[in-house]
Design a protein. Structure first.
Lengths: 286, 416, 331
């Protein structure tokens, strides 16, 4: 176990965490604003990947597939929120179960539209290279994931902290009733946040598609991971999602590398422990 | 009120449906087929059914002169459900035999059903070793037309040793199919003088190999991989991106035709072993591949070939039985007496009801094949081990005296 | 309003009719009904938590799983539980389910609402991870086969005999849970569901109440697991996956939370769609998803809410017609 081993493992863990951040931040935002535990989130991820594949097949452009897939899924998410979740009012359990029903429908829909083959997204050639620093190979794609997550994280943070919209969102997270009282249109905020969450998940799907592949079942594989991120970080907190993603990425990576026999425990057991000590997660507010 | 009505309605509904669906034609052969058509293995299920159906279509829906009633049931990728559906096929549709089942646990779950219901079960894909080895005595109505997991990896171990590889690291999916495939490879490779110096077991479904790749020891001659499903696409890509430049060899599912069309050029040159390759250059296989591709728009994987061959096998057996199904014991005897020329090559059953078949050592190449005009990835056959049995060269008694291949068997005596 | 006695009589009559009709309707239906009843015990245990205590558990498959694995491991490795000792396995199954719940409850109960849901999800995943990776004990991915059902005078290998056994367990479980929710303890659970703070002020130890309910539900989950193992003759990690827990929760909401009968009806419908409709049509998956979505959207009380909704409708229609008449009269 030399330094090289630790460096590359840490790098791998951070880059995996970067991907998880894209998925987890959406779950966290949606919960924070609407108190909805969205179990369709894995489906958004998967659909993002599939739509990107269709775009790549049609146009040959990977760069184009990123915004198209993310926006398309954002529209799907927005429609779901408007048409189905909104009429339920504030009823977290029924909303959760509704999203499960949709997760099943999305799963079958993807199978009927795209078939069940195991597919892969091929990014541009420059991203499939590796950069050699001090004899260690750093895959460029993993670097790209880290950079992208950083950019998106900073953009989200700026949007939340520096814009009127962000202030309104924060007010809604803190106390939705109060926010409505001071004239914030929480309905619009909810719709916007739901679309944003779906957007981020789909973006994760396109980025992750080149790293995990795109195949049936990926939706329900990503879901527990996304939840691990927000449970550890605390629901409704962007910073929490970032810390949670990093923690899960590193715990998963080092757990598998160092204690392969109990690798699922290294993921879920710390989660249980954190929750037992602080039920709202590290940065969550009740 | 609602409750009572619903119960009664449901009950009588079920009863009516039942009465409607139990005709017992005398001369028809009723085949129940278990495959996934929903859930995450739906595509595998479709490929399996397509292979069987294609043979039926080519032969006017008849096998050996009998009209075939081919009933497909969806097991939703769950072993429990496969049991329920198999019972539905047996009890309600009165099928003569059950075919199919993809996952090893499905095979393990269906075999006892065949015993309990005294109905033939032909495993046409599932490859769990022990079903036709130490556990066969429990399942008198069970037979297999596919392969045992270790059947193709024994020859690959021998082949790797003959290439002069001395030290190999294995990395295989952490479940029974992985243990059996890796075990067969290790046994044959080490018996020939090679050394497996490290065994890595990523969980089934791993896509991020980041944690595992850096632990692979340096100073080796090759890596042996056993990947399944989506794992296959990611492992070679990530291993190469980590700077690894030596050969990668693998079990069949690491590079089969189910995965190959979605792989990148970095897998060119990688070697794997299986009882089928779509690129076997024989007229019989060429005809099969072209017909299948024209019909279903994709190159057949072994899932399809195995089921096409199963139908072909049944055709010959029913013909030999005079156009009628003679009951499970007699039918198994007839199946055992048939030597078949399938797309995969010559195939016959051993006395433990598992196929003796060719194993192909295959290298991924990018080329044009069978007159198709595009350059594509194909599993070119570079060496054929003819008529390989599940006991390889060890002999049945000696082989069965050792335990079934497992995570720690054979033990890793050269691991550091 | 239909009185409670009439309701009970209706349920009893339905059960008797069910037990009479099913064995006469073909072996596949018998098998399906047996499976549905074993699973219905799990669904009712979820209802105990969700409907009567207000706790949405996403990890109920864990108790189901330990019950099933216990049965399979004892039978396959020790040939235990295949004769009269079957009853001992039933007892052990209930105890191990309850014991696991007692352990998990320590982590889960102090969290409320959505956090309870999350933590039970995580705990359920831990149980799944064990079933999947603890190869030497669970057979990992291959699972464990039970080659025969118990036989003790009664031969449970007979499908109809086994149906009646599971039916008996199912009916007894339903009665026991019914008695429980009607007991003073059950009423204080409902009180906690409605107004936890108020109950605390009144001096109730709400944590302990919820903890005990959680353990009882775990015990029933373990029992369901024992029966499930023998129904299928095979136990694999698929038994313990997240979707098993989610399924149970959905069945409860579909039928109507807070009514044990509703949980049963929900189970019957899901099994009917998934295992019977799927033998008839390929689009059953959309049907199932559609049923979930529509029920949740339009029937907040589940299917059991239909009668009261109808009554409401008739009542409101009568009212509006009446007011119309009133309005038209003066002119």
């Amino acid at each position: 176990m030399n330094t090289q081993f630790w460096v590359i493992q840490a790098f791998n863990g951070i880059s995996y965490g970067a991907l998880l951040f894209l998925v987890g931040s959406g779950v966290s935002l949606i919960f924070g604003v609407m108190r909805i535990v969205n179990l369709s989130h894995g489906a958004y991820f998967l659909w993002g990947g599939y739509i990107a594949l269709s775009v790549i097949n049609a146009t040959g452009s990977w760069a184009l597939s990123l915004p198209v897939a993310a926006l398309a899924v954002a529209v799907i998410g927005m429609a779901m929120e408007r048409v189905f979740l909104r009429p339920l009012g504030f009823d977290p359990l029924r909303q959760l179960l509704l999203t499960v029903g949709f997760a099943f429908l999305f799963q079958q829909g993807a199978l009927d539209i795209w078939g069940g083959n195991n597919m892969d997204i091929t990014p541009p050639a420059t991203l499939t290279q590796s950069v050699v620093i001090g004899g260690i190979y750093f895959p460029a794609y993993r670097m790209f994931m880290i950079v992208l997550a950083l950019v998106i994280g900073v953009a989200l943070w700026l949007a939340m902290e520096k814009t009127r919209m962000g202030a309104a969102v924060r007010a809604t997270v803190d106390d939705a009733q109060m926010a409505r009282g001071v004239g914030i249109d929480t309905n619009r905020i909810s719709m916007f946040i739901f679309a944003l969450g779906a957007f981020l998940a789909a973006l994760g799907g396109v980025i992750g598609g080149a790293f995990l592949g795109i195949y049936p079942g990926l939706d329900f594989e990503m879901l527990p991971l996304a939840f691990a991120v927000v449970i550890i970080g605390g629901l409704g907190s962007l910073g929490g999602a970032a810390i949670g993603a990093l923690a899960v990425g590193l715990a998963d990576n080092f757990g598998k590398a160092l204690f392969p026999e109990i690798s699922y425990f290294t993921l879920y057991a710390p989660m249980v422990l954190i929750l037992a000590v602080k039920p709202t997660g590290l940065f969550g507010r009740q | 009120m609602t409750n009572k009505l619903q119960k009664i309605l449901l009950g009588s509904c079920l009863a009516l449906g039942l009465a409607a669906a139990a005709p017992a034609g005398a001369e028809e052969l009723r085949i129940g087929y278990i495959a996934s058509s929903t859930g995450i293995y739906a595509q595998v299920g479709k490929d399996m059914v397509d292979g069987f159906q294609m043979y039926l279509d080519e032969h006017g829906g008849k096998l050996g002169g009998a009209d075939v009633k081919f009933i497909v049931e969806d097991d939703q990728g769950k072993p429990d459900t496969s049991v329920t559906k198999a019972k539905k096929l047996i009890l309600q549709d009165k099928v003569h035999m059950i075919i199919g089942g993809f996952l090893a646990p499905t095979g393990y779950a269906l075999a006892p059903v065949s015993t309990a219901e005294k109905t033939l079960y032909i495993s046409s894909v599932s490859s769990a070793d022990d079903l036709t080895q130490r556990q066969l005595v429990k399942y008198p109505y069970f037979m297999r037309t596919s392969y045992t997991s270790s059947l193709p990896t024994h020859p690959l171990g021998q082949w790797a040793c003959e290439q002069g590889y001395k030290k190999i690291v294995t990395i295989g999916a952490d479940y029974a199919f992985g243990y059996e495939s890796v075990g067969g490879f290790q046994k044959a490779f080490e018996d020939c003088g090679g050394k497996v110096i490290q065994k890595i077991w990523p969980p089934l479904g791993t896509k991020d190999f980041g944690p595992y790749i850096p632990t692979i020891k340096g100073d080796i001659d090759a890596v042996f991989s056993l990947m399944v499903g989506p794992m296959s696409l990611q492992f070679p890509k990530q291993l190469r991106a980590s700077g690894y430049k030596k050969p990668i060899i693998g079990g069949g599912t690491s590079y089969d035709e189910f995965a190959l069309p979605f792989m990148g050029d970095e897998v060119i040159g990688d070697v794997s072993a299986l009882h089928y390759s779509a690129a076997i250059d024989t007229p019989a296989n060429q005809t099969f591949v072209k017909a299948y591709r024209a019909k279903y728009g994709k190159v057949p994987s072994y899932y399809s070939e195995n089921n096409y061959t199963t139908a072909m096998w049944l055709d010959a057996a029913i013909k030999k039985a005079g156009g009628k199904y003679p009951g499970p014991e007699a039918f198994i005897k007839i199946m055992q007496s048939i030597k078949l020329d399938a797309p995969r090559g010559p195939v016959e059953l051993d006395d433990m009801r598992n196929p003796i078949e060719n194993v192909y050592i295959k290298k991924v190449e990018k080329k044009k094949m069978f007159g198709y005009d595009k350059d594509e990835l194909w599993n070119t056959v570079i060496k054929t081990y003819p008529k390989v049995s599940q006991f390889w060269t060890y002999g049945k008694e000696k082989f069965l005296a050792q335990p079934v291949y497992d995570r720690d068997f054979p033990p890793c005596k050269f691991c550091e | 309003m239909v009185s409670q006695q009439i309701k009970i009589a209706m349920v009893a009559a339905a059960l008797v009719a069910f037990a009479y009709i099913v064995p006469h309707s073909g072996s596949f239906v018998v098998l399906l009904a047996t499976r549905a009843m074993a699973f219905a015990i799990l669904a009712m245990s979820v209802d105990l938590l969700l409907g009567y205590t207000g706790l949405a558990s996403m990890g109920q498959a864990a108790y189901f799983g330990v019950g099933a694995y216990l049965t399979a491991i004892l039978a396959a490795k020790f040939h235990f539980g295949l004769g009269w000792d079957f009853w001992l396995v039933v007892l052990l199954g209930i105890l191990i389910g309850a014991a696991l719940a007692a352990l998990f409850g320590l982590f889960a109960i102090r969290a409320g609402g959505d956090y309870f849901l999350m933590i039970t999800l995580a705990l359920g995943q831990c149980a799944w991870g064990l079933a999947y990776r603890w190869n030497s004990l669970t057979g990992g991915d291959n699972g464990i086969n039970l080659n025969a059902r118990p036989s003790f005078g009664l031969d449970l290998g007979n499908q109809v005999t086994f149906f009646y056994l599971v039916f008996a367990f199912f009916a007894v479980s339903m009665v026991l849970m019914y008695v429980l929710v009607r007991s003073p303890f059950g009423r204080s659970l409902t009180g906690i569901r409605e107004r936890e703070l108020r109950m605390q002020i009144l001096g109730y130890n709400t944590w302990l109440h919820k903890y005990i309910a959680f353990i009882i539900a775990g015990g029933f989950g373990g029992l369901a697991g024992v029966l499930w193992a023998h129904t299928n003759g095979h136990v694999s990690p698929e038994t313990v996956v997240l979707t098993t827990s989610v399924d149970a929760l959905l069945m409860v909401v579909l039928g109507g939370a807070g009514t044990l009968v509703g949980a049963t009806i929900g189970t019957a419908i899901v099994f009917g769609l998934r295992e019977y409709l799927s033998t008839l049509v390929p689009w059953w998956q959309y049907m199932l998803g559609g049923v979930y979505v529509l029920t949740i959207l339009y029937l907040p009380m589940g299917l059991m809410g239909i009668p009261s909704r109808l009554r409401q409708r008739i009542a409101s229609q009568g009212k509006s017609e009446g007011s119309k008449r009133l309005a038209t009269k003066p002119s």
